[in-house]
Design a protein. Structure first.
Lengths: 421, 597
């Protein structure tokens, strides 16, 4: 019924337009004119509408600024954010001047110089001086914009200093996980082939390798007995066989990984990146201390995601197969945001996904809590005790992710942890 | 139309060369550039409607998330819109296909295909394109590509859903999104056909403009439309092959187990075999086309507008050589700016700074163009044809969208607006609206040339003003949604209380979008009605100087009944002092003491 109604409305609408157009054509013909000729009245009307539009355009802009200006992102809660906000405002001033100037001229001229049979347009094919002026002035302004922008960009993307808090953000469809270095202060190596229910980030330790090998052995054994003892369709059989082959390949790679790990440990001793994973803290909470530089390492398990924290003016993609980084110094704690800035007890900084990643892309978020240094220490201490809880979405039951063995104490200053596969 | 081809056209084939052409050779397998232009246009109008309806469906969801609409279920049925509520996967599919159709099928194929084919031989004084057969192939590849793209809407799993930029791994792995199954394969096949079409067309355009200009048509006497189309074709010929290779590599990653773009992926409970590839590589390849593509879309529109503004302001385009220079500068720079789409992909920050500088340089020729348009209007003698209105509209959208581009090009500022609605607002205004306004302007202006009839002016006015107001009503508020931090390609914002403050803007945007779409009904009606029943056109309805208006109203294969015209002057002698009329056709010889300009 509704569909019929929609169709009816569309058909009637088209008919109404058609009739209106016919009426125009016929009345024009009655007046001895052709509809397609542009009359002086037509020109005048459009010229006036140009001016009216200019006013409406600016009014709409002003209304948007006044009605929604305070609903934009609040004050930046990071050091570089304050700087980019300033730069943005500086750019806005330049752009607003250009916006008003060009639009006023455009619509003013368009409305002013209405056609008249009695005069001719001003003959002015070119004027090199004018051309020069409006090449050089924009060039100068842009040079300023480029230099200021790049100065800030350079600061934002410079490597984090020593002593920065290091956190890894790990993205997968459709949630975030954070990883903090354990007591050794260094994030351990990872490999995506070690990922399972208990080791969602694929942290490399001797135990996690053994666990995964056993798991794959069990799977292969299961499939083998399935193949040997059941009657199945050929395509199903091929599918299972292929799966077994893939598992074997994965296993071979893991064996390879184990060899590399053992060699690396033998060669580098306690400096080997493979020795730091065991005590890493894997958590669904994302905490940062205020006024301390944070170095965020970002990885992805499946597709490209993007770690975007609007209040901190920070964003970086999470790309499978590589580690990206961003750094920031949060300047306002969640508590101060709640009580002083937003005046809203439920406020949280949000880490959200900002790169199309699948059906639930629109709800891939994790709150960020910025706390004082003491609260951060307290929270950290709790994390040491708390085993990782796998998210409910994962089918496998949760088990302690932190395998408590091989605790190697290393100086916390060893910052250069390499996270590769 | 339907005239017998009494004269002997140089390119015509000897086989069927007497009396009337058959329906098939005239309307379907036509070699005539004018007919091919019209074929492109009508196909593009159809594709544009598909994309507009898609945008209405997702706009309804964005304004009233989770509510059921009869409109939605009418088009999508129970599978993709249970109870009229849009499915999240279908939402992503719709934004993907909306973008693909608009960028490639409407604003590339539709705009370049229509006006390059229609205008090149007419404005340079040639009988037809360099190769009529290749030209016909170009259309047929385009049509096949359109059909394949539309077919992808009906496969299980839905059409491609990873955004029109189809970044892998999302686009490579069907485990990650249902649209990356058969739908994505069809998308890639369709794009391959499209690229073939675009290359065949582009080579033909370049060859024709460079080689087939009539006597006296020096490069410095070419109308700016020709310059714009020439540079557009060069950009297309140089950049589309890169997209083709990107698409082929993606096809191999999907079907043949290669790892160009894939590495270290664990999905659906298993570790994949792929190692060593990089998803960022795809982005480099994609945007190496993708950014020139923006100018492939925009330059023809700017060329068309230059022509129309000059004609209807009855004044020479200001700074003809500067306009050519800026087209060349934009064309060149467009090849070295692609990285500005990738500031937050983890690309080397130093590389990022290079792209900042090159990108912001494009603002200079763009500013020159805007100032030249404005100066052309100054002390002009303006006639507001619908084409002129759309041309002025283009300058307005080019200004509004160009200025926000300066923010986005500045990497430090881009971090916080990257992939938010601010970007959506920016590119819809500067590329979408500007190009579509240029296309409308071209249609209204050259309709008499295409169909020998006039479009209804009053409906044209209504169409322009409603479209113009709605364009700003739709895209201007999006800047504010973006500055509040709201990401694009979100099915709903209800999970984020932080965006509540700006969400009522989404309702405003959707209302404007609906009205704007209805205004296109006016256009479509006007177009098809005028094609058959519009008043007969005179030979040169706009008193224009360019060569296409020296051809007869009735189409001839070969364009000019007698010998080809000889050109004596540039195309912008409007209101030249000492002349009786306010226009002088390019074929009028210079008087003995007359300076060229």
């Amino acid at each position: 019924m509704m569909k019929l109604l929609i169709l009816l409305v569309v058909v009637l609408g088209v008919m109404a337009i058609a009739q209106l157009a016919r009426v125009y054509e016929l009345t024009a013909r009655l007046r001895g004119k052709r509809e397609e000729d542009i009359s002086a009245a037509d020109n005048r009307m459009n010229a006036r509408l140009m001016w009216a539009f200019l006013i409406a355009y600016f009014a709409f802009f002003l209304w948007l600024v006044m009605a929604y200006g305070d609903k934009m992102l609040p004050v930046a809660a990071s050091e570089h954010g304050a700087e980019t906000d300033w730069l943005l405002n500086f750019n806005w001033i330049i752009l607003l001047i250009a916006f008003v100037l060009t639009n006023v001229l455009l619509f003013w001229f368009a409305g002013k110089y209405i056609y008249s049979k009695d005069r001719k347009a001003f003959w002015q094919p070119h004027n090199n001086k004018l051309e020069l002026i409006w090449t050089v002035i924009p060039a100068g302004v842009l040079a300023v914009i480029i230099i200021m922008g790049l100065t800030t960009w350079g600061k934002i993307t410079a490597p984090a200093g020593p002593g920065a808090v290091e956190v890894e953000l790990y993205a997968k469809q459709f949630d975030w996980t954070a990883r903090y270095p354990g007591a050794d202060g260094v994030l351990g190596a990872t490999d995506f082939r070690l990922i399972n229910g208990t080791n969602p980030l694929g942290i490399v330790t001797k135990e996690s390798i053994q666990l995964r090998m056993d798991e794959i052995d069990a799977s292969i054994a299961g499939s083998d007995s399935l193949l040997a003892n059941t009657i199945m369709a050929d395509n199903k059989r091929a599918e299972v066989t292929e799966q077994v082959e893939r598992l074997r390949r994965t296993q071979a790679r893991i064996v390879n990984l184990r060899t590399v790990m053992e060699l690396d440990i033998k060669e580098k001793g306690s400096a080997s990146q493979y020795l730091y994973g065991a005590d890493d803290i894997v958590t669904k909470d994302f905490y940062l201390p205020v006024r301390k530089e944070a170095k965020i390492l970002i990885r992805s398990r499946d597709v490209i995601h993007s770690a975007y924290i609007p209040h901190l003016r920070s964003q970086m993609n999470a790309v499978p197969g590589m580690t990206t980084t961003m750094k920031m110094v949060p300047t306002i704690t969640t508590d101060s945001m709640r009580t002083h800035v937003m005046k809203d007890d439920t406020f949280d900084f949000i880490l959200l996904c900002n790169k199309i990643c699948g059906a639930s892309h629109y709800n891939m978020q994790m709150p960020l809590t910025v706390t004082t240094a003491t609260d951060y220490e307290k929270w950290m201490a709790e994390q040491f005790k708390k085993p990782f809880q796998a998210p409910p979405a994962d089918a496998t039951p949760a088990a302690p992710a932190v395998v408590d063995s091989t605790t190697v104490t290393v100086p916390v200053t060893a910052q250069a942890s390499v996270i590769t596969n | 139309m339907g005239a017998t081809t009494a004269h002997s056209a140089e390119h015509a084939h000897t086989a069927h060369h007497h009396h009337e052409e058959s329906f098939i050779s005239k309307y379907i397998f036509s070699h005539d550039h004018k007919m091919i232009g019209k074929q492109f246009l009508v196909t593009a109008i159809f594709m544009a409607w598909v994309a507009v309806i898609m945008s209405l469906i997702f706009r309804l969801q964005l304004a009233w998330p989770g509510e059921g609409f009869a409109f939605t279920s009418f088009f999508l049925g129970e599978k993709w819109a249970p109870g009229g509520v849009l499915d999240p996967n279908m939402y992503l599919a719709l934004v993907t296909i909306h973008g693909t159709i608009m960028v490639f099928f409407v604003l590339t194929g539709g705009l370049s295909g229509t006006f390059a084919n229609l205008l090149i031989p007419l404005q340079i004084g040639a009988r037809d394109m360099a190769s009529g057969f290749i030209n016909m192939l170009s259309y047929w590849f385009f049509l096949m590509s359109s059909v394949v793209m539309l077919a992808s809407l009906f496969v299980e799993g839905g059409p491609a859903s990873s955004g029109w930029t189809v970044y892998p791994p999302l686009s490579a792995l069907p485990q990650t999104i249902p649209g990356s199954g058969a739908g994505m394969t069809l998308w890639l096949v369709s794009m391959t056909l499209f690229i073939a079409s675009s290359l065949l067309g582009g080579l033909n355009y370049v060859a024709t403009i460079l080689n087939l200009r009539t006597k006296g048509m020096k490069m410095t006497r070419l109308p700016l439309t020709m310059w714009a189309i020439l540079i557009t074709a060069v950009l297309g010929v140089l950049s589309f092959p890169v997209l083709l290779s990107a698409a082929l590599l993606l096809l191999m990653d999907r079907s043949m187990g290669t790892s160009f773009y894939l590495s270290d992926i664990h999905v659906a409970g298993e570790a994949l075999d792929h190692v060593g590839g990089s998803p960022v590589l795809f982005q480099h390849l994609f945007w190496f086309l993708g950014h020139p593509e923006v100018y492939i879309v925009l330059l023809p529109a700017l060329g068309i507008t230059s022509e129309i503004i000059s004609t209807n302001a009855r004044k020479p385009i200001f700074g003809y050589r500067a306009m050519i220079g800026s087209i060349l500068a934009i064309g060149f720079l467009s090849f070295i700016v692609w990285g500005h789409h990738m500031f937050v992909t983890g690309m080397n920050p130093f590389l990022g700074s290079v792209f900042v500088a090159t990108t912001l340089l494009i603002a200079i020729p763009s500013a020159v163009k805007v100032f030249n348009y404005i100066t052309t209007l100054w002390r002009g003698n303006i006639i507001f044809t619908p084409a002129m209105l759309f041309s002025v509209g283009l300058v307005a959208t080019f200004i509004a969208g160009g200025l926000t581009g300066i923010i986005l090009a500045d990497s430090a500022l881009d971090i916080n607006v990257h992939d938010t609605y601010f970007v959506v607002a920016h590119f819809h205004i500067v590329m979408g609206m500007s190009a579509i306004f240029g296309m409308f302007a071209g249609i209204y202006h050259w309709f008499p040339k295409m169909y020998g009839r006039m479009m209804n002016t009053k409906l044209g006015y209504a169409h322009f003003w409603i479209t113009f107001v709605c364009a700003f009503g739709v895209f201007f508020p999006m800047h504010f949604i973006g500055l509040a931090g709201a990401p694009r390609r979100y099915y709903s914002y209800s999970e984020f209380p932080m965006f509540n403050g700006v969400m009522d803007l989404n309702i405003l945007v959707t209302v404007f979008a609906i009205i704007g779409a209805l205004a296109q009904v006016i256009f479509t009606y006007n177009f098809f009605y005028s094609m058959k029943r519009g008043p007969k056109a005179v030979q040169n309805p706009w008193k224009s100087n360019t060569l296409e208006w020296t051809t007869p109203v009735e189409h001839l294969h070969g364009n000019w009944p007698g010998p080809l015209p000889v050109v004596h002057r540039w195309p912008y002698d409007y209101s030249k002092p000492g002349k009786q009329e306010d226009w002088v056709s390019q074929i009028t010889p210079l008087e003995h003491d007359e300076e060229e300009h």
